[in-house]
Design a protein around this ligand. Structure first.
Ligand code: HEM
Length: 461
């Protein structure tokens, strides 16, 4: 589904977005920066070490510079002021849908690929699917699923943490997001979903049989059909899953959501939640294996919780775990940069940015900047203690969940899911990596341990 004329009618902003050319502008020579090699731009340097490359560019050209990579020219916004300017977007200069153009075919109609009035109209009702009462019900389900899932993980022998967490989170998503039964049904949905996300970060979005993109389109079609077939039945269901919550929202004529919108939003939410949480739990486990004192501190806090499960209310009262979670997301933000496209020419800090410029808000650069953090490359959860409060310098110095109109809708869900997982894992098991192991995280396309994190789990009780 693309935006229809009724979505854009009489809205000059939406009309101007619809009129932008598909390819972003190349006319950026007047800005400081470096396009790198012909054709490939800076792609190889970025693939070799994105963080070091960004650091070099910023040192040479400042915090607003032009670059070129993966066949696009881009302007990077690399400090908290620039991030605030772009994400708060008071002057309405930036389109999210044209920034996230790679989602256009596979996740049409999702909330991230909507802008301005059209985005606000859909975001308001979607927020209801994340309000406290519903969150508490999702939390109950997550406790049961995670506890049962962990029972099946191997003990006393090495396994790849990343593969296991990915598959556990897919099972969680099939039931908590879609309300599917575990078993054959969830396996088919998981396969379709894995195919779908496999087709997003690739260059050729043309449907040729046998390609990744073709598999992704088939995955997307399977999921859409599955959702469409169930909308009517879910409208009268009292089940507590995200898809059913959205079906109820669509019943209210005030929300103006069609069946097609419900399907688009459900798929986008699945996508927005999955890789990000897989990345966060994998990097968090990696830092806790590297710094076992933090694993111990989180375990102690979890053991002090009364009861056999962690409720949505209890999640808010885990200060040590919260510091480790925040620090992990500072060091390894699951969304490395946020893309936007300028919908008109504007000037920022003396730089003239043309219309149709691809902008990258450099989250990782901001999170690793000495301007806001002492020893930014050090993993130090205590920087979040109230007496140090390093996070209080600038409202946009820690933005793993973005900011402004498109700020992550699921950040409380992610926070709850991560903490429920750690509750069941660390109360019952010790998790260790081989002695002398080197810990390393690949940053792109999303931060993940380079070796999928081989670990051994030992039962504690
Ligand atoms: C640690 C895990 C997560 C991280 C780091 C994360 C990060 C982000 C970021 C940076 C954005 C803003 C994108 C932009 O402005 O272009 C975003 C948007 C979004 N996220 Fe998350 N996310 C996480 C988990 C989740 C979960 C679990 C859900 C749903 C259950 C979710 C749903 C969404 C949605 C629907 C949006 C789009 C909001 C809009 O366009 O209005 N996210 N997320």
């Amino acid at each position: 589904m693309t935006m229809t004329s009724s979505d854009t009618a009489n809205d000059p902003l939406l009309e101007s977005i619809a009129e932008l050319s598909t390819r972003p502008t190349k006319k950026l020579d007047h800005l400081p920066g470096d396009y790198g090699m012909p054709v490939f731009g800076n792609s190889f340097a970025i693939l070799k070490n994105a963080r070091a490359f960004n650091h070099r560019m910023q040192a040479k050209f400042g915090t607003v510079y032009r670059s070129s990579a993966f066949f696009s020219r881009v302007v990077v916004f690399a400090d908290a002021d620039a991030a605030q300017y772009a994400l708060m977007d008071k002057e309405q200069n930036f389109s999210s849908s044209k920034g996230w153009f790679m989602l256009k075919h596979l996740l049409p109609g999702g909330i991230l690929v909507r802008d301005f009035a059209n985005h606000r109209k859909h975001r308001r009702p979607l927020q209801l699917a994340f309000k406290s009462q519903v969150m508490a019900a999702y939390g109950d389900r997550l406790n049961r699923l995670i506890q049962e899932g962990l029972e099946e993980w191997p003990t006393d022998k090495e396994f790849l943490f990343q593969d296991h967490i990915k598959s556990l989170l897919l099972d969680n998503a099939a039931t908590v997001f879609l309300g599917a039964e575990l078993g054959e049904e969830s396996k088919k949905l998981n396969r379709a979903f894995v195919d779908l996300i496999g087709g997003i970060v690739i260059f050729m979005h043309r449907r040729i049989p046998g390609t990744k993109f073709d598999r992704a389109m088939r995955g997307s079609e399977y999921l859409k059909d599955w959702l469409h077939e169930r909308i009517d039945e879910r409208r009268s269901s009292s089940a507590t899953d995200i898809f059913t919550s959205l079906c109820h929202l669509a019943d209210d004529p005030e929300n103006g959501m069609s069946a097609q919108d419900v399907v688009g939003h459900t798929l986008l939410i699945l996508f927005a939640a999955h890789d990000t949480t897989t990345s966060t739990l994998s990097t968090m486990m990696s830092v806790m294996a590297e710094h076992p004192q933090w694993q111990e501190a989180v375990r102690e806090e979890m053991l002090a919780v009364e009861g056999d499960s962690l409720s949505f209310q209890q999640v808010a009262d885990l200060p040590v775990t919260d510091r480790v979670f925040r620090e992990t997301l500072r060091c390894f933000p699951a969304v490395f940069m946020i893309p936007r496209r300028s919908i008109r020419a504007f000037e920022y800090q003396g730089h003239k940015i043309p219309a149709n410029t691809l902008i990258h808000v450099g989250i990782d650069q901001i999170h690793r900047s000495e301007k806001y953090w002492t020893n930014p490359n050090q993993f130090d959860p205590d920087r979040w203690l109230p007496e140090r409060a390093e996070n209080k310098g600038h409202p946009f110095q820690w933005i793993p969940f973005g900011g402004g109109a498109h700020k992550c809708l699921g950040f409380k869900f992610a926070d709850m899911q991560v903490k429920i997982f750690l509750f069941h894992l660390l109360r019952n098991y010790k998790i260790e990596a081989k002695k002398g192991k080197k810990f390393s995280i690949d940053l792109l396309p999303i931060p993940l341990p380079s070796d999928k994190l081989p670990v051994t789990m030992t039962r504690l009780r």
